[in-house]
Design a protein around this ligand. Structure first.
Ligand SMILES: NC(=O)c1ccc[n+]([C@@H]2O[C@H](COP(=O)([O-])OP(=O)(O)OC[C@H]3O[C@@H](n4cnc5c(N)ncnc54)[C@H](O)[C@@H]3O)[C@@H](O)[C@H]2O)c1
Length: 311
């Protein structure tokens, strides 16, 4: 039985991943400061192989106690996405960078680390993006994630890192700020989508496929260790306009193509996923299927505005 520590396990990704690990027979500790509350964990919290510890990755003493109990650490905790990081850069730096440093300092060289990085570390890329493409993050978020990659590469021997496409789909900790999730929410509730840079090529991966790469890597460790992988699927390379067109098949809405607005991460490229595909990893859920799933759920997801008498 493998003992796995998942930092940030109560988040969008962790709350889908942890049940997969428990199903494999692993013993899991979730270490999270519950920025969004503990409810994403409630449907499996009573599992006998699951333990929850409320803690902050900035607290090196508390973190290292949990790290010592684990064979493998999956590091998800963080301030995620460029808007959240830009709203409080100091918090982003201390959580995302110092948190990674605390983790690296707490780990032994033998322990395995899986780190969730992002395609935002590439910044602006011409043409097709591979793991060899030059990095040049443009936002605090992208810079934090690249700095963390370097911390782990410099200090640890036994690691695998993933640079994920933008995730979409339903999770117990639903994130409505992700592009496809947000578009579906806008289409249903506003009856319009305001879209800028519609021709920009982006790359997407469903939350279940994003989570399933972790058990995949645990099962293919010797082949994968010491390498960085783009995680997604060629079929997930879409322009924003193509995503909007998919939604139009299921929701009647007006697409407003706005002149104002820009992606600060300058993501406008096709990503190549051959490196991980060669090992046998395949993303299974298409954007079309994910959109259908989101349409089913987003009609119940409403933002409450306390300053209005309705809605
Ligand atoms: N969702 C995506 O599209 C995407 C894409 C690429 C990479 N990632 C990476 O995957 C990881 C998980 O992302 P997510 O989408 O689940 O985000 P999320 O915001 O839903 O989850 C982050 C979790 O970290 C916890 N956390 C925040 N600050 C903490 C702290 N100081 N100490 C302990 N826990 C803390 C939060 O409570 C939350 O449960 C992140 O590292 C993110 O950078 C996500």
């Amino acid at each position: 039985m493998e003992k796995i520590l998942v930092t940030g396990g109560a988040g969008y990704k962790g709350s889908i991943l942890i049940p997969m690990l428990l199903d494999r027979g692993d013993k899991v500790i979730c270490y999270d400061n519950f920025l969004f509350g503990p409810s994403p964990l409630l449907h499996f919290v009573t599992h006998p192989n699951f333990e929850v510890v409320e803690g902050d990755v900035r607290d090196v003493n508390k973190l290292s106690v949990q790290v010592r109990k684990a064979d493998t650490i999956i590091h998800l905790a963080g301030i995620v996405g460029f808007p959240a990081c830009a709203s409080d850069p100091d918090r982003a730096n201390t959580v995302n960078v110092n948190g990674s440093l605390n983790l690296a300092m707490s780990m032994s060289k033998l322990q395995r680390l899986l780190y969730a990085s992002t395609g935002s570390v590439y910044g602006s890329v011409n043409g097709t993006c591979t793991e060899e493409s030059e990095t040049g993050p443009l936002t605090i978020y992208g810079k934090n994630k690249l700095e963390s990659e370097r911390i782990f590469i410099d200090r640890l021997d036994n690691w695998v890192m993933f640079r994920f496409a933008t995730v979409f789909g339903i999770s117990p900790r639903l994130r409505a700020d992700l592009l496809i999730n947000d578009f579906v929410h806008q289409a249903i509730h506003n009856k319009q989508i305001v879209m800028y840079e519609g021709h920009h090529r982006r790359t997407f991966v469903h939350i279940k496929d994003c989570a399933s790469v972790y058990p995949f890597a645990l099962d293919h460790w010797d082949e994968m260790r010491g390498e960085i992988y783009n995680v997604g699927d060629d079929r997930g390379n879409y322009t924003k306009k193509e995503v909007a067109d998919q939604i139009l098949k299921h929701v009647d809405y007006y697409l407003h193509e706005a002149d104002i607005g820009e992606d600060l991460d300058k993501r406008d490229y096709t990503v190549n996923y051959e490196k991980i595909h060669k090992l046998g990893y395949e993303a299974e859920v298409s954007v079309e299927e994910g959109v259908k799933e989101l349409v089913k759920v987003m009609s119940f997801v409403r933002y409450h505005n306390p300053w209005r008498n309705h809605g």
